[in-house]
Design a protein around this ligand. Structure first.
Ligand code: LLP
Length: 422
């Protein structure tokens, strides 16, 4: 049974750390996102141990889960942040995060976002096109500042993951083709309002093997050496995020697998002076969260059994968007009587795509509670209010205590700012 480390059964009831999920549902209602604080710390620890004695900066890829409580844990643990918008920057500043540990990624940075990041003093802009480079140079010049830049290069490697979350291939919109990178670096180096500080790539997400990273690294190393021969010396190499998690039976690479290999290559190539930046998102939070939901109705048809639950695609988009598999646990599992029926777990939204899991053998009754596992990453952050459904509350469990870190949205708040014409 795939239950994450800090989600375990005690007395036949699934708990987050020492708190019963049944009690949480009773108190806070469903659907409900539940996070384990200890799981965040443990996930961080894997990066801390892998980085020991090495010049590594971990910048949490906060798009995976940007609740302030989550950000605050990572800030306190020493993390930097990988941001992709002015909104994410504002969140980091709101928790007092160190701008000097922020890298700013994304293909479409707007002028106001560049300004805000320059004002804050971020570590680096990961620039994804020549047009963006020129805009940044201009904005920095107008502000009388020098923008630290790194080019996001597209190494054209196959991350062997879902096409929607694969980003390092030639046909993807991300980054600058590695063949063009030298010319763009030379242009950047010649602009007085820019300072070239690094190189960056991010080849995809939910990567389970080390080999795509090493393929990318080889190409980046060649580029770094070619740049040095032209007098452009970099301080850091950012390998992006992407380390996968176990949703079902995957055995993803660990931060240690990655960094041992990376530093071996850097030492062989005489590049051990470079700082390595990582931007992990999912691997820091994915298995620290579950989405708690209640069965509203069971519906049996000739072809299928459906469990209609109160969570939906607006709460967890990954299944329908990526055909993603999330483990589903009954919070209080029932004994099987004879052959176990198989259910599609679906939400109440008016779309056939509104499903959370398919064909799961489960003994269910109306009113049962289910925990959809691995919902710490890309669950709440991709949630919407589709069908005028308030976004669910988020709770962080710490030992025997549960803290509401974002209350459930109220119906009123959903449309209180809308107006009608006279
Ligand atoms: N850095 C950059 C530039 C990124 O674009 C991403 C994720 C990350 C870091 C963090 O990647 P991670 O370590 O989490 O794999 N919504 C999708 C995943 C989209 C990832 C987008 N970029 C999902 O639910 O699977």
């Amino acid at each position: 049974m795939t239950v994450a480390a800090h989600f375990q059964f005690k007395n036949n009831t699934l708990h987050a750390e020492d708190v019963s999920l049944a009690a949480l549902a009773e108190e806070h209602g469903t659907p409900l996102y539940v996070y384990s604080r200890q799981a965040l710390h443990d996930a961080w620890d894997a990066y801390r141990v892998a980085s020991e004695g090495r010049n590594v900066l971990v910048c949490y890829g906060m798009k995976a889960n940007s609740n302030l409580a989550v950000l605050n844990e990572f800030k306190q643990l020493g993390s930097g942040f990988d941001i992709v918008s002015g909104g994410e920057l504002a969140r980091v500043l709101a928790i007092g995060g160190d701008p000097g540990k922020i890298v700013f990624s994304g293909v479409g940075k707007q002028v106001w976002e560049m300004r805000a990041a320059l004002e804050a003093g971020v570590k680096c802009f990961n620039v994804e096109s020549e047009a963006e480079l020129l805009r940044l140079a201009q904005v920095a010049q107008e502000m009388g500042k020098v923008a630290p830049v790194s080019l996001r290069v597209n190494p054209d490697v196959d991350a062997k993951t879902h096409p929607y979350i694969s980003t390092g291939l030639k046909e993807n919109k991300f980054g600058i083709a590695i063949e063009s990178a030298m010319a763009v670096y030379q242009r950047a180096a010649a602009l007085p309002s820019l300072q070239v500080v690094g190189v960056d790539c991010h080849i995809g997400s939910q990567i389970t093997e080390v080999s795509p990273y090493l393929d990318a690294l080889d190409k980046l190393v060649a580029l770094i050496q070619a740049l040095a021969s032209q007098g452009i010396h970099l301080k850091h190499l950012d390998l992006g995020g992407g380390i996968g998690i176990r949703y079902t039976d995957e055995t993803p690479l660990s931060p240690t697998d990655l960094l041992d290999n990376v530093f071996r290559v850097l030492e062989q190539q005489g590049l051990a002076h470079l700082q390595i930046v990582l931007e992990p998102g999912r691997s820091l939070v994915g298995n620290a969260g579950a989405l708690l939901t209640r069965v509203e109705f069971l519906k049996h048809s000739e072809a299928k059994n459906f469990a209609i639950v109160d969570a939906a695609m607006n709460d967890l988009l990954r299944p329908t968007l990526y055909d993603a598999w999330h483990s589903v646990e009954a919070v209080a599992p029932r004994q099987s009587e004879g052959s176990t029926p198989r259910y599609d777990i679906v939400g109440p939204i008016c779309e056939s795509g509104d499903w959370l899991a398919r064909d799961r053998p489960m003994e269910l009754q109306q009113g049962d509670l289910l925990a959809i596992m691995s919902a710490g990453a890309y669950a709440f952050t991709m949630a919407s209010q589709y069908n005028t459904r308030p976004r669910a509350a988020e709770v962080m469990v710490d030992g025997a205590k549960a803290h509401v870190v974002r209350p459930r949205e109220t119906l009123g708040s959903l449309f209180s700012t809308e107006t009608v014409l006279d």
